[in-house]
Design a protein around this ligand. Sequence first.
Ligand code: BDR
Ligand code: CA
Length: 308
Amino acid sequence: QTNVILDCDPGHDDAIAIIMAASNANLNIEAITTVAGNVSVDKTTLNAQRICDLIDLKHVPLAKGANRPLVKRSEIAEEIHGDSGLDGPQFPDHPTKTIEKIHAADLIIDKILTSDKPITLVPTGPLTNIALAMLKEPAILPKIKEIVLMGGGTYGNWTPAAEFNIYVDAEAAKVVFESGVPLTMFGLDITHQAQATTSIIDDLAAIKNPVADTVVELLDFFKHTYQEYFGFDGAPIHDACTVAYLINPSIFDFKHVHVDIETKGEYSYGMTCVDLLGVTGKEPNVHFAHNIDQEKFWNLLKESLDSY
Ligand code: BDR
Ligand code: CA
């Protein structure tokens, strides 16, 4: 079993990542932590509660984290995820999932220091909580097995150069990418290959259980905003790539490369500088996913939703 902490900003694709992780017996979710990103941290935390309620995830602690980036001002993505951050389905008014009385960064530190098994961090939002934990308690660094993250790419979606998660808190990303912890990165190059088109959503709609139905409603909304905003055919479920990899690494192909985070550029703030040709001569610090087996990926999502 792989022990994971899901650090997220749900978010349609974050929600699907949680749903996929919780359904697989090879993954043990040690905690879910939330961060500001797609919407405020109060909203991403409420959305995490809603998803935990939907899949009846009672035993996993949920903690709220940073409501703003380390250095610069906040930025949210309401255009993409709607006002709630999880627009589309109708959720019950009052969630029942409890929120721990501890900051997300402290829960991450506690879990890593007290666990006798190595822990894999799975950030699918801005990297603020992960950077805070690393800065507050560097003793966690050698105990983190791997960080499997969604962020960056060789092009951007928030600016031409920068992907949203990295752009929101590039200073935090810099802390994480320079930490020396093994990193596996799912950037836009790969996540845009995981696009839920109408025919895929129709397949999922045939499953028919409350979890699958909610995922279909999420994808219908998400597909619509991606069509409107980016002119895409479908909804890329970026964040679920991280979990799919942890369940079945053979779905993806990787290159071991050096990645630097741009924090100063006039046009390139938040860019992940992916050294695909090795021109910097720097030691590789990232396993960069560049190819996906579509069939295996969608089958995994189907199996996951079928299991509810
Ligand atoms: C990332 O930004 C968010 O909108 C998504 O949840 C994903 O984590 C894609 O750029
Ligand atoms: Ca996200």
